[in-house]
Design a protein around this ligand. Structure first.
Ligand SMILES: Nc1ncnc2c1ncn2[C@@H]1O[C@H](COP(=O)(O)OP(=O)(O)O)[C@@H](O)[C@H]1O
Ligand SMILES: [Mg+2]
Length: 607
């Protein structure tokens, strides 16, 4: 019995039309999707010349009967839907019945297919530029092989739009990686110019599939994600890269919805937002997000290449992804995780070979114990940061009676999540400290930035402001005045009070409480410059960036000497933040060396 039928005109017309075959990678995508729909376990893709002169896809799926094979190359011929309504419950990747005829129309195409072992022979069909040139019985394995040669040989205008073979091959590589990640139960092979470049195990383990594609080296830096919202029927599983594992574009991000690889700006945005303060300015983390939703809450029939879908409630998906990713990242800030591990690797790489001839004496003088200081015990109240700043300005101040700055910021003083004891400061920039699980090096500026950023971002309304006894006057040009007027709310919420006093002067009468007077003007100018360079920032992006700038401006600088109590205060507050390992710009704030790491550096252990 035939499985394939031609859709009636009415149904065919309801199906999003458009160009299916844009480039070799779109052919590979369509054909591999067909192999997946045919329930193949093994799919092999071989190309030459970027797929422009040669593509062959072989699968061990269901195969087609001779009658179905003849129908398959006709327009609107499909075994996957009957009516447009079937699209709301669709589980297959294909549904239009357009791929095979569209590909055969612009290439020299052949199809060899055999239904099952009971059929002695396969069916062979050849089509050149849309004209069937051969149909016959042939030898062949169970399953289907499709060969596409000389793409666009009959449409030279379209051929001109193709890029170099290397670029086309890399597009094919990218799409195959994503398809392989969405079907870990299928073993994929990709051969480019006779070289095997990809091979997945097909053992239904996403982690194995991921490492077979991206290399075993990513294994320690990926975190599983699992989220289930039964109310909205949204499930999310997959893997996320730690914020240290970055690419300069989104190549490492695979978004899969109901087993279909898609592009989605809102899901990508949710990822960006969740990683927000953990990443440097440029860089995209690795993510494989496997999202399942009810089939009736999406429309798959909106894009000719089926690479986008429409969600009935996009906000819901956005929130679910944001929440799922945030959960994983905040659970993963334990010492050995995130920035520290990768940073450590770099340090190890740059470590000079130890000189074994160095005498014991020489080492002693190098590693003399730090001067003994009294260290606050953990029962004592941690010294608040602003107090530390005051202390730096007036040396002999008495600390105990100073009101905690955390109160000013409306932030609770909690028990530190883990405890560190400062040992000393190096280069007026790094605090060396001891924890129960190793040696910690803290960048004092980055650490303070993280503390301030966290405190400020807890204020959803206005950041607490200090009234200035003597206002500051600032000269502004016309653009600056316009920006300040347009973004009045932003400045107010950041803790500024700004008034225009004349055509080119601004009066500052209030400042965010953590910003030192001397930094006020620079801070405002930096925000102005930032707003000028941003393209339509959202309120959230603006706030994040302004807080980043504020935290940076207000933070103690590298180059400031700290005493032991100031160091202890800084460390306590850092340990109380949610993400003590990175500053808001994504740089490391703290690096840990476990005893094992130290042993390794001193070559006391093999590994
Ligand atoms: N690799 C394959 N194995 C088995 N059947 C296939 C294969 N490729 C295509 N077919 C059959 O040919 C039909 C047409 O394929 P296609 O033009 O891609 O349309 P669609 O996938 O949208 O149905 C499919 O519905 C399917 O029945
Ligand atoms: Mg198809």
């Amino acid at each position: 019995m035939n499985k394939i039928h031609i859709l009636d005109e009415n149904t065919a017309n309801k199906i999003a039309a458009g160009e299916v075959v844009e480039r070799p990678s779109s052919i590979v995508k369509e054909l591999v999707e067909n192999s997946i729909d045919a329930l193949s376990h093994h799919i092999e893709v071989e190309i030459a010349d970027g797929g422009i002169s040669f593509i062959r896809i072989t699968d061990d799926g269901s195969g087609m009967s001779p009658e179905d094979a003849k129908l398959a190359i006709l327009r609107h011929a499909t075994s996957k839907i009957r009516l447009a309504e079937d699209l709301s419950t669709i589980h297959s990747l294909g549904f239009r019945g357009e791929a095979l005829p569209s590909i055969a129309a612009v290439s020299r195409f052949s199809l060899t297919t055999r239904l099952h072992d009971n059929e002695p022979l396969a069916t062979y069909i050849e089509v050149a530029g849309g004209t069937t040139t051969d149909i016959r019985e042939a030898g062949g394995n169970v399953g289907t092989t499709i060969v596409v040669k000389d793409l666009f040989f009959n449409t030279p205008a379209r051929k001109k739009f193709l890029k170099t073979a290397a670029t086309e091959a890399s597009h094919i590589n990218d799409i195959l990686i994503k398809l392989a990640l969405s079907y870990p139960n299928v073993a994929f092979k990709f051969i480019n110019n006779k070289r095997l470049v990809l091979s997945t195990p097909g053992n239904n383990q996403l982690q194995d599939t991921l490492t077979s594609l991206y290399g075993q080296k990513v294994a320690p830096d990926i975190l599983p994600i699992s989220y289930d919202n039964t109310v909205d029927s949204i499930g999310i599983s997959g893997y996320l890269g730690k914020p240290t594992l970055l690419k300069s574009n989104r190549q490492w991000q695979t978004i899969i919805v109901n087993s279909r690889v898609i592009n989605s700006r809102s899901i990508a945005k949710a990822l960006d937002n969740a990683y927000h303060s953990l990443l440097p300015k440029s860089g995209y983390p690795l993510a494989v997000l496997n999202i399942t939703v009810n089939t009736d809450t999406i429309d798959v029939n909106v894009h000719p290449q089926k690479s986008e879908i429409k969600f009935s409630d996009e906000q819901k998906i956005f929130r679910a992804v944001y929440k799922a990713v945030t959960n994983v990242l905040s659970a993963a800030h334990a010492p050995s995780q995130l920035a520290a591990s990768a940073e450590l690797k770099n340090i190890n790489n740059y470590h000079p070979t130890p000189n074994y001839n160095t005498s014991h004496k020489g080492q002693e003088s190098l590693y003399a114990s730090p001067p003994v200081h009294r260290v606050l015990s953990w029962q004592e109240e941690p010294l608040p940061l602003t107090t530390a700043r005051i202390a730096m300005e007036q040396e002999d101040v008495i600390f105990q009676d100073t009101p905690p700055a955390a109160d000013i910021m409306g932030c609770d003083q909690q028990e530190p999540q883990f405890t560190l004891q400062p040992l000393g400061q190096v280069d007026d920039c790094y605090i060396i400290s001891r924890g129960h699980d190793g040696l910690y090096i803290i960048d004092q500026h980055a650490a303070h930035e993280r503390i301030l950023y966290d405190k400020m971002s807890q204020h959803t309304e206005r950041i607490p402001a200090q009234q200035l006894l003597v206002p500051i006057f600032m000269d502004c040009d016309a653009t600056e005045i316009t920006i300040i007027t347009d973004y009045q709310d932003i400045f107010y919420n950041l803790g500024f009070s700004l008034d225009l006093v004349g055509p080119s002067a601004m009066r500052i009468s209030e400042l965010p409480s953590d910003i030192p007077l001397s930094e006020a003007e620079n801070f405002i100018r930096q925000i102005l410059e930032f707003i000028q360079n941003m393209h339509n920032p959202t309120a959230q992006e603006l706030r994040h960036s302004c807080l980043q700038i504020a935290a940076c401006r207000a933070a103690i600088k590298a180059g400031e000497a700290l005493n032991m109590r100031q160091m202890q205060a800084l460390i306590n507050e850092l340990c109380n933040t949610n993400l003590p390992y990175t500053c808001p710009h994504g740089r490391p704030a703290m690096i840990r060396f476990s005893p094992h790491d130290l042993d390794k550096m001193f070559k006391r252990t093999g590994f």
